[in-house]
Design a binder for this molecule. Structure first.
Ligand SMILES: [Zn+2]
Ligand SMILES: [Zn+2]
Length: 342
């Protein structure tokens, strides 16, 4: 993508390489699957003048733009509002949609290949009864030329006539802030790739990335699960992550930021005193630090799998939380315990 960007051959979010391959498939009456990972990725609106992004009034997240209803939605609390006509910060009317969802890909395809039948398969298009099955049989019967979708297209779909799979934005999957990001990205890229070239026809997979040197991509190309595993397991051991540990996450929630933080800090101090600093990480504000007007603070506890009585540790943590929350000052604070959070 870096090279193509320099050479200005990218159209929308499509590389010329991918567009050429799609065209070839359509000419040969073959089918194409395009994959866009949904996780951590949704389109939003932004002012072209000052880059201000509409945010949810209740949560610390930007609002997601939904093309089909032409509205902005908060995925945390359900707040809905119409797209702004003017930027709230500078008043400019030049507001654009940023980010690439399956809807945007579908839209672009209709422009690039006006004669092709394009269908989207994601949470939005499979909400009603039978719609999932309908799309599958339409694709099977070749009423659809290009299927654009999220995780849903990655599993168990075997279509003989699919000879090309395109994967958008591998880099974002790989750089998702989670210790499982590489493993997940590997798995999903491999799964999606498996949709290309069933039976006799040899298929092709195009992964769009800005950095082809990334080791993990080589492992995807070679379907080398073992090599991926060996690197990952080493990292996990080094950083003291599962499967070597169990994770327990505590989240304090309150309308007042300071009180939420103070509560989790008091609990953290008690935990550190007994479990040690190495096992207790935090407190920190999570990626989304405000939901439904409540401020969130996390502390993450890592517990070894071997030689530790997990039950006793859990009971200890619970008792510490209860002790703190029994104090009048902290009574209104909510503390949620999540074991092995995903
Ligand atoms: Zn919200
Ligand atoms: Zn503005």
């Amino acid at each position: 993508m870096k090279t193509e960007r320099k050479e200005k051959t990218i159209k929308g979010h499509f590389s010329a390489a991918l567009l050429d391959e799609i065209k070839e498939r359509l000419d040969r009456q073959e089918q194409v699957i395009l994959f866009q990972n949904r996780r951590g990725y949704s389109p939003y609106m932004s002012c072209r003048q000052c880059n201000t992004i509409p945010h949810c009034p209740n949560c610390a997240v930007s609002l997601t733009y939904h093309l089909s209803n032409h509205e902005l939605r908060c995925h945390y609390c359900g707040h809905i509002e119409p797209p702004p006509k003017k930027c709230v910060a500078c008043g400019s009317t030049k507001i654009e949609t940023v980010g690439l969802g399956t809807e945007k890909i579908e839209d672009d395809l209709k422009v690039f290949f006006p004669n092709a039948n394009v269908q989207r398969m994601d949470l939005d298009t499979t909400r009603t009864k039978n719609s999932y099955q309908q799309i599958i049989s339409d694709f099977e019967n070749h009423n659809i030329d290009i299927l654009v979708g999220t995780q849903m297209v990655s599993k168990g779909l075997d279509f003989d006539n699919v000879s090309l799979v395109g994967i958008f934005d591998a880099d974002r999957m790989l750089n998702f802030p989670d210790f499982r990001a590489t493993e997940r990205a590997f798995q999903i890229m491999l799964q999606v790739s498996g949709r290309a070239g069933r039976k006799e026809k040899k298929g092709k997979v195009i992964i769009q990335t800005a950095n082809v040197e990334q080791e993990i991509l080589g492992k995807v190309i070679r379907s080398d699960y073992e090599a991926m595993y060996l690197t990952e397991i080493e990292d996990r051991a080094y950083f003291f992550y599962p499967p070597f540990t169990r994770l327990i996450r505590l989240t304090a929630k309150h309308l007042e930021r300071a009180l939420s933080l103070e509560t989790i800090q008091v609990i953290t101090d008690k935990l550190v005193a007994k479990l040690g600093k190495a096992r207790v990480l935090g407190p920190q504000a999570p990626l989304v630090h405000k939901i439904r007007n409540k401020y969130l603070y996390n502390v993450l506890i890592k517990i070894e799998r071997e030689n530790v009585d997990l039950k006793a540790v859990k009971a200890f943590i619970q008792s510490q939380i209860e002790e703190v929350l029994s104090e009048k000052k902290y009574k209104q604070v909510q503390v949620v315990v999540d074991v092995d959070p995903v």
